[in-house]
Write a protein that binds this ligand. Structure first.
Ligand SMILES: [Fe+2]
Length: 76
């Protein structure tokens, strides 16, 4: 995380960091849903994957929307 960039930079970094955490969880649940043989459990992880993807998108969108002049795409 960028230190000393002010509150706005800190917010954008925290949003992007949160997006990264959600993306990693999404990736893990995707692998689990694909590899688990039990169909019900596989569907459970698939639904979790979709949920994580939604939060990944939300955090990224907020970083772009509220980051004002900070280039969240570049920072990502
Ligand atoms: Fe999550």
């Amino acid at each position: 995380m960028n230190k000393g960039g002010g509150r706005l930079q800190s917010m954008v970094d925290r949003l992007l960091f949160s997006a990264m955490i959600e993306a990693r969880s999404c990736d893990r649940f995707k692998l689990l849903s694909a590899e688990i043989k039990d169909p019900e459990l596989s569907m459970f992880y698939y639904i979790l994957m979709i949920s994580e993807a939604g939060r990944y998108n939300t955090f990224n969108r907020f970083a772009r929307k509220y980051g004002q002049k900070i280039d969240a795409y570049k920072r990502w």
